[in-house]
Design a protein around this ligand. Structure first.
Ligand SMILES: [Zn+2]
Length: 98
């Protein structure tokens, strides 16, 4: 299985944070997002009021770090992995004591 970049793989800037009217300092953060069938690179405008983790969770992505994540995974993939491990056969040896 290999991942392909999305068709319009250029960086997307989230328009929502531009509405932020806080007087805090804003930063642009580039995050690679792993979806079920493709990769996507997005740029988030972050500040203390709109942290990257909250913006990613709002998009259905789980950040791989609490502060300034550079990678996020679609929650559908996490649910798939959970189902996969729940239904893993006993012969695999995972989750069993040695
Ligand atoms: Zn702000």
């Amino acid at each position: 299985m290999s991942f392909q970049w999305g068709q319009d793989a250029g960086d997307k800037v989230d328009p929502a944070p531009s509405l932020c009217t806080c007087n805090e300092k804003h930063h642009v953060l580039r995050v690679v997002c792993v979806h079920m069938e493709y990769l996507e690179c997005v740029q988030l405008v972050i500040c203390k009021r709109n942290p990257a983790a909250a913006q990613l969770v709002h998009r259905g992505l789980f950040p791989c770090a609490p502060l300034s994540p550079t990678l996020a995974v679609n929650m559908d993939i996490l649910e798939f992995a959970l189902e996969l491990f729940v239904h893993m056969g006993p012969m695999s040896g995972h989750g069993r004591p040695p």
